[in-house]
Design a protein around this ligand. Sequence first.
Ligand code: GTP
Ligand code: MG
Length: 189
Amino acid sequence: MSNIESVKVVLLGESGVGKSSLCLRFVTNEFRPYSEATIGASFMSKSVVIPMENKNSTSTTTEDSVTKINQRNIGFKIWDTAGQEKYRSLAPMYYRGSSAAILVYDITKPGSFAALQDWANELKQNAPPDLVLVVCGNKLDLNEDRLIDRGTGEKYANSIDAMYIETSAKDGDKVESLFLEVARKVPPP
Ligand code: GTP
Ligand code: MG
């Protein structure tokens, strides 16, 4: 297919929140309970076809035009950064060329939620102004140990003009939605 749109995504957030696990779940549908900390950064890609809302849609649209017109072929280029402090200075190399940034925290770790503010400030100063932002509360399977409620996460996301989504890389819950929502927010070229 010649009309593949490249969507560059970077994942940022504290070490251990599950950035690599979200990428692995999305790209290969696997989960590793003992995933190792990323060194530097890691790159992954995946192509998906996403349906689009047709602004001119009518009930008479034929099946053929639905499949031909109402879809986008997206080639995700995903940079999974390392959350450990010693790699922090590398992050600009990855977010500068990105169309979207996913700011990941762990819903059971308030420190990882607080850490997003530094990322948001840094992106505001240094990233392209049209960067699509998503706040992602991961480890939804640990809901019983949750220390940041959904409303707090949503409110924060609103305050930095970001979308909000909660995921579980372990269960696979909402992981595909996370990436598809990102692609929907990135305008076609
Ligand atoms: P760095 O590479 O150091 O920045 O960490 P990371 O954000 O990539 O975290 P990683 O994906 O390596 O996950 C850290 C730990 O959390 C691993 O033991 C994962 O198995 C676990 N983990 C990741 N996502 C989930 C999840 O959704 N639920 C649960 N219960 N554990 C998770
Ligand atoms: Mg990692």
